[in-house]
Design a protein around this ligand. Structure first.
Ligand code: ATP
Ligand code: MG
Length: 331
C-alpha cells in the first residue's frame, strides 16, 4: 500500500499555487493510499513568526485542508510539532547528511538571499527536517509542487544514506508526485518568481479566502505585456505573464493549455483577466466560505487536530524506535 505524506507551512494565507500545485492533488490521491497531511509548523519557524499569527495560521491551514476536500476521517490531518518524532528523527538524519548536499538546495539560497550569514540554522537544515517528516511514516509518495522536488530528492538520498550506513532497507525511497500543468504557478506581479505565501506583496497572489472584489482587482492589476494573446502555444514563449494566466485558466477549467490558447487567440489581455477572475471566484468561493465556517468553531478544529496527532503518533513512534535501535541508542 502506498503511503502519502505531504505538508503545507502555516506561514500566511494559502494561495492558488498551493491549491493547484498541492492541495487539489491531495484530494484526488486520497483514495489511492494511506494519507498523512501535515500542517508543518516547525518549518514555519525557520523564518520569524508572530506567535499569535502562527497559531491562527495553523488552524486556518487545517480548515483549508478540510474545505478543499481532505476528509479527516480517511486521511490523517495534524500539526507537525505535536508529534515529537519529527524533530527527533530530524536530528538523527542530520548526523548523516553531508553539508555539501544542503549547499545545493535552491530554496535556502532564495530564502536567505543576501543575508546568508544571519539566516538561521533551521532554514539551512529545513530539507533534513522535511526528510524526517516523510521517513517518519515510511512515506512512499510525496505530492508537491515543482519547487519542492529537489527536497524530496534529497529525502531519497538521505533514506539511501541511512540504509547503507546501517545495512538494511529500513526506509523506502520516497518519490515526488508532481501532477498536472499547474505544478508551478507564478507570481501575478513577476512572471519569473513563483507565487508564494511569503511574498511581501498581497497582489502577487490569489488567497483562498479572497472575496470576489479582491480576486478581480488582483487579476486586473496582474502584470501583463502589450501584445494581444497568441494563437498558438509556441507564442507564449518569452511571455511568462501570459503563460502563467493561461496556465491558471487551464488548471481551473480543467482544460489543456492548447484549448485555452485557442479560446483566447488574438484577444486582449483584459478579456482573459476578466474571465479568469470569474472562473477563480466560481472555484474558490465555496472553499473560502467553508473555511470561514470551519474557523468559527475553533474547538472542533482543535479536536480534529488532536485526533490526527494520535493517529500519526501511533504510526510514527514504532518507526522512530526502529531507527534508534539500528543506530545503537539505548532506550
Ligand atoms: P512559503 O513562501 O512560506 O514557502 P509557499 O507558498 O512556498 O510558502 P509551502 O508551504 O512552502 O508554500 O508549500 C506548500 C505546498 O505548495 C508545496 O507542495 C509546494 O510545492 C506547493 N506550492 C507552493 N507554491 C507553489 C506554486 N507557486 N505553484 C505550485 N505549487 C506550489
Ligand atoms: Mg515554500
Amino acid at each position: 500500500m502506498n503511503r502519502i505524506f505531504s505538508g503545507i507551512q502555516p506561514t500566511n494565507q494559502l494561495h492558488l499555487g498551493n491549491y493547484l500545485g498541492a492541495l487539489r492533488n491531495w484530494v484526488r490521491l486520497q483514495d489511492t493510499a494511506e494519507n498523512f497531511f501535515c500542517v508543518v509548523d516547525l518549518h514555519a519557524l525557520t523564518v520569524p513568526q508572530d506567535p499569535e499569527s502562527l497559531r491562527r495560521s495553523t488552524r486556518e491551514v487545517t480548515a483549508a485542508f478540510i474545505a478543499a476536500g481532505i476528509d479527516p476521517e480517511r486521511s490523517v490531518i495534524f500539526a507537525q510539532s505535536t508529534v515529537p518524532g519529527h524533530a527527533e528523527l530530524g536530528w538523527l538524519l542530520g548526523t548523516l547528511t553531508p553539508m555539501g548536499w544542503l549547499n545545493r538546495m535552491t530554496q535556502f539560497k532564495e530564502k536567505s538571499g543576501k543575508h546568508r550569514e544571519e539566516s538561521g540554522l533551521g532554514l539551512y537544515s529545513y530539507p533534513v527536517l522535511m526528510a524526517a517528516d516523510i521517513l517518519l511514516y515510511k512515506g512512499t509518495h510525496v505530492p508537491v509542487g515543482e519547487d519542492q522536488k529537489q527536497h524530496v530528492e534529497l529525502a531519497r538520498d538521505i533514506a539511501g544514506a541511512f540504509n547503507r550506513r546501517y545495512g538494511v532497507e529500513y526506509f523506502p525511497l520516497p518519490e515526488p508526485v508532481i501532477q498536472g500543468q499547474a505544478a508551478r504557478i507564478m507570481s501575478l506581479r513577476d512572471g519569473s518568481k513563483k507565487m508564494s505565501k511569503s511574498d511581501e506583496s498581497d497582489y502577487s497572489r490569489i488567497n483562498l479566502t479572497d472575496d470576489a472584489d479582491a480576486i478581480a482587482l488582483k487579476f486586473r492589476k496582474a502584470k501583463s505585456d502589450s501584445d494581444n494573446l497568441p494563437d498558438t502555444k509556441d507564442g507564449l514563449t518569452g511571455r511568462p505573464e501570459a503563460e502563467n494566466l493561461i496556465t491558471i485558466y487551464a488548471a481551473l477549467s480543467e482544460q489543456s493549455v492548447d484549448q485555452v490558447v485557442a479560446q483566447f487567440a488574438g484577444s486582449q489581455f483584459s478579456k482573459l483577466k476578466t474571465e479568469l477572475a470569474d472562473l477563480a471566484v466560481e472555484k474558490l468561493a465555496p472553499i473560502g466560505a467553508r473555511m470561514r465556517e470551519l474557523m468559527s468553531d475553533q474547538a472542533e478544529l482543535d479536536r480534529l487536530l488532536k485526533l490526527g496527532t494520535e493517529r500519526a503518533a501511533a504510526v510514527a513512534n514504532p518507526i522512530l524506535r526502529g531507527a534508534q535501535d539500528l543506530m545503537g541508542l539505548v532506550r
